[in-house]
Design a protein around this ligand. Structure first.
Ligand code: DAH
Length: 344
């Protein structure tokens, strides 16, 4: 029996010496040390031994088990170490590589222009008012002196949702909403930025959606000269202190008199160039003295109060200021375009 144990030990040591991987090691562990393994098998015969022999053989058996166990452990440790090594090598991080810069967002150029315009008017004591993009026929047209079936409605081809609801075609309805909310109080001094919608061409200067800023001032003895001074102040802050403005007679149903306002060309300063088509002037907004009917409909006595209003397209202002030649750049979200306006 002792012999069998010794040769078992020898065989195990030999086989374990040549073990190639963890799977093989496991097989050998089971083969020699397992419940049904070779050692157990031999020890099962211990019952047949005499009382003197039993402790001696027991000792040998324990020693053999000890040797095999130690060897298995040693091999296991070696495999573990090797695996850790190769994992470390595979997962190695090169800390000397340069980092990937995080791309940072920035304010959209249109929002920059809106903020700039808002700042200028807030500096002149205006407050910001907003209204819904889905508007009623009353606020969008009727209360602005554009009765149903009036031909002047053709000036703004519109998206109707129902007979009475439409996507607002301009920010002028916010004038009406503001006057109603003010309940006849003066002074009214607001600007109303927002998105507007029109059934329009889709080309370099037209889009079915764009942004406007509306302005409205109502008080006692508000005159055309106040309008002119306000717009001159605004355009100089926006386009530079040399800017001049020019008021041309025009027509809007909600103002009387109505004017269109031009600024000296942002490119040539008034000498004439390609941008201003050699005229020296660029049209930037519509405006006028609030029509007495409009004041009256929204609860202001036209005998006592007067006011002016204006409305401008934000994209147009941004295009002029930054020399952008296609309105669609503002909506297509091409980063190459947008990044040029990053202030970071
Ligand atoms: N709502 C006009 C438009 O979209 C612009 C406008 C003109 C607004 C004259 C005004 C104004 O407040 O007084 O074409």
């Amino acid at each position: 029996m002792k012999q069998r144990l010794e040769s078992l030990k020898q065989e195990a040591v030999e086989q374990l010496g040549g073990v190639a991987d963890v799977a093989q090691l496991n097989d050998l562990r089971v083969k020699y040390l397992g419940k049904k393994g070779a050692l157990t098998e031999i020890l099962r015969g211990m019952g047949a031994l005499s009382a003197e022999e039993r402790p001696i053989i027991g000792q040998v058996a324990n020693e053999v088990r000890g040797v095999i166990e130690a060897l298995v452990e040693e091999k296991q440790a070696a495999f573990d170490h090797k695996e850790t090594e190769s994992r470390l090598a595979a997962e190695k991080v090169d800390v000397t590589l340069p980092g990937r810069p995080m791309t940072q967002g920035s304010v959209h150029p249109l929002n920059q222009v809106i903020q700039e315009i808002e700042d200028i008017f807030i500096g002149m004591g205006y407050r910001i008012a907003e209204g819904p993009e889905v508007e009623t026929d009353y606020y969008n047209f009727e209360a602005l002196n554009l009765p149903k079936n009036h031909p002047a409605r053709d000036m703004q081809d519109s998206f109707y949702l129902t007979e009475e609801l439409l996507m607002r075609t301009h920010t002028s309805p916010v004038q009406v909403r503001t006057m109603e909310a003010m309940k006849g109080e003066v002074p009214v001094k607001v600007i109303c930025p927002g998105r507007v919608f029109r059934r329009d061409d889709d080309d370099a200067t037209h889009s079915f959606q764009f942004h406007q800023i509306e302005g409205l001032v109502i008080g006692e003895k508000i005159r055309m000269s106040d309008l002119k001074g306000t717009l001159l102040e605004f355009t100089r802050k926006m386009f530079g202190s040399q800017t001049q403005i020019r008021l041309r007679p025009s027509f809007f149903p909600f103002t009387e008199p109505s004017v269109e306002v031009d600024v000296t060309c942002v490119k040539c300063g008034g000498d004439g160039c390609r941008v201003c088509k050699d005229s020296g002037w660029l049209e930037i907004l519509g405006s006028g003295m609030v029509h007495p009917r409009v004041l009256e409909m929204s609860g202001y006595d036209p005998e006592k109060y007067s006011g002016f209003a204006f409305g401008m397209g934000m994209e147009r202002i941004a295009m002029l200021k930054y020399g952008v030649d296609d309105i669609r750049h503002f909506f297509t979200n091409d980063l190459r375009f947008l990044q040029q306006f990053s202030r970071i």
